[in-house]
Design a protein around this ligand. Structure first.
Ligand code: SF4
Length: 214
């Protein structure tokens, strides 16, 4: 399953509008191509492609698993309760959504939030690689097991790798990957909130160039 939120309530009417393609430079062209993508079967069931949103020059990028129902309807990432928690965590480290870039590994919602398939992930991967290549973030924070395993190539559980930066090459760009619990997991288990706060403070230090492992 994708990282569904604990309660799937009605669509939030105050949720942000989807990105208007106002990205800088080449990312704008990638956005226009991606939002009409038909590279895999999910194009038949999605309502909207959820490309991602935020700054085209962000030093910090978040990558989750796949859009949920709200995101699919709005075309924007992390717009429900998980998104609200992500916003809160960003606020606590002095940042806002406009300062970062938020995306998912898969740009279209799998029906009923089922797990993405390998062919879907393979078809969609060039969009994520293009985002990393063009945005050139210093740090990519992976949200939850799925995104972390996909981007690190390791099966290690999020509970053992969270809060520990790893260097990888993505989209031809050397980047720090910083695994975090998915906000939906923290909403389901509030005992993880303290850990998430600790990890976000470490994330800020990493983005600012401090606290790098030797
Ligand atoms: S999931 Fe990715 S590859 Fe598949 S249709 Fe959507 S954007 Fe294209």
């Amino acid at each position: 399953m994708t990282a569904a939120e604990p309660e799937d309530g009605p669509c939030d009417p105050t949720a942000p509008e989807p990105p208007d393609g106002g990205f800088l430079g080449e990312l704008s062209g990638v956005y226009r191509e991606a939002i009409v993508c038909r590279r895999c079967e999910l194009e038949k069931t999605r309502h909207r492609v959820v490309f991602g949103a935020g700054s085209s020059t962000a030093s910090l990028m978040f990558v989750g698993e796949a859009p949920g129902a709200r995101e699919d309807r709005l075309g924007a990432p992390f717009v429900g309760r998980s998104g609200a928690l992500l916003d809160q965590m960003l606020d606590e480290i002095g940042r806002q959504r406009g300062d970062v870039f938020i995306a998912n590994a898969l740009k279209c919602r799998p029906p009923a939030n089922r797990n993405p398939t390998r062919p879907e992930l393979a078809a969609c991967r060039p969009w994520l690689d293009a985002q990393v290549r063009l945005i050139r973030p210093r740090v990519i924070a992976t949200l939850g097991n799925f995104a972390t395993r996909l981007l690190t190539g390791s099966d290690a559980a999020i509970s053992t790798v969270r809060g520990r930066p790893q260097q990888h090459t993505l989209g031809g760009h050397r980047v720090w990957i910083f695994p975090l619990y998915h906000p939906a997991a923290v909403l389901r288990n509030r005992a993880l909130m303290t850990t998430m706060r600790t990890d976000f403070l470490a994330l800020r230090a990493l983005v600012e160039g401090a606290g790098l492992p030797r």
